[in-house]
Design a protein around this ligand. Structure first.
Ligand code: TMP
Ligand code: ASP
Length: 234
């Protein structure tokens, strides 16, 4: 496998083409941003921690019958993935109130939700990734018939698998964000699953072990990523 030209650079990752047109390399960076890129920083070791955490979690989903773009680890901070046609949505699943949900509906952080909530955000930096209703998604023609329900069901299934896996490791999965892509008509989980894209709280102490330590200047950010990696690999 030959790593070729850079295809795309995002805030936390770079995608390179390969000599196989259906595969690309996803490289994870130590750079961190928050609040639509207004806050910037470097988290030492984040790239490799997120690569390894994502690899374990994608493999777990595959073993649970949920298709992902993950093929293999290439190095400490690179993985080989399927090239997908990405769907411009961020699908957020929430089990416990935190972040923007607490602001939106007035629940204190830490309140357990009666049922998981699935939300769809429009992946568009210019608009600030707004929350979309089903009607907005239909108007924008982002999804084909049946795909909205399929995404919701897949996101809830991912939630069940991850909640159990993290729970067995004394971590509460508060909420997380998924991105999906298409290979033909098949919907596949893409992007990453890491402390950048999940809220994870220690079950006993409720200590935050995720990117909120960076967003909210809570300190010991590197330690939190290392701790999640350690537990995920257990
Ligand atoms: P929120 O409470 O800020 O809406 O975030 C919900 C979840 O989505 C949380 O686990 C963090 C994750 N997330 C991302 O992965 N990328 C983003 O750009 C945002 C805003 C949130
Ligand atoms: N990744 C997003 C950004 O830079 C936000 C976040 O994760 O909070 O803007």
């Amino acid at each position: 496998m030959i790593k070729g030209e850079k295809l795309y650079e995002g805030k936390a990752k770079i995608v390179y083409e390969t000599d196989n047109e259906s595969l690309v390399v996803q490289e994870f960076k130590n750079e961190a941003t928050a609040f639509d890129g207004k806050k910037k920083g470097i988290i030492t070791g984040k790239g490799s921690a997120n690569t390894q955490i994502s690899a374990v979690l994608f493999s777990l989903l595959e073993a649970s019958g949920i298709p992902t773009h993950f093929k293999e680890l290439l190095s400490e901070n690179e993985m080989l993935i399927l090239k997908l046609q990405m769907i411009p949505l961020e699908v957020v699943v929430r089990n416990i109130a935190a972040g923007s949900l607490s602001k939106r509906i007035g629940y204190k952080e830490g309140v357990s939700l009666k049922n998981p909530i699935v939300e769809f955000y429009y992946k568009d930096d210019k608009l600030g990734d707004p929350l979309l209703t089903r009607a907005h998604i239909d108007e924008l023609e982002i999804l084909k018939s049946g795909q909205y329900e399929e995404l919701r069901i897949m996101a809830l299934k991912v939630n069940e698998v991850l909640k159990k896996y993290f729970g067995d490791r004394d971590l509460d999965l508060v909420d997380f964000k998924l991105e999906f892509g298409l290979k033909g008509n098949q919907i596949i989980v893409g992007d990453e699953i890491s402390p950048d894209t999940c809220r994870l709280w220690d079950r006993g102490t409720k200590e935050k072990l995720d990117k909120d330590r960076f967003r909210r200047d809570l300190g010991n950010i590197e330690g939190a990523y290392r701790e999640v990696l350690r537990r995920v690999k257990e």
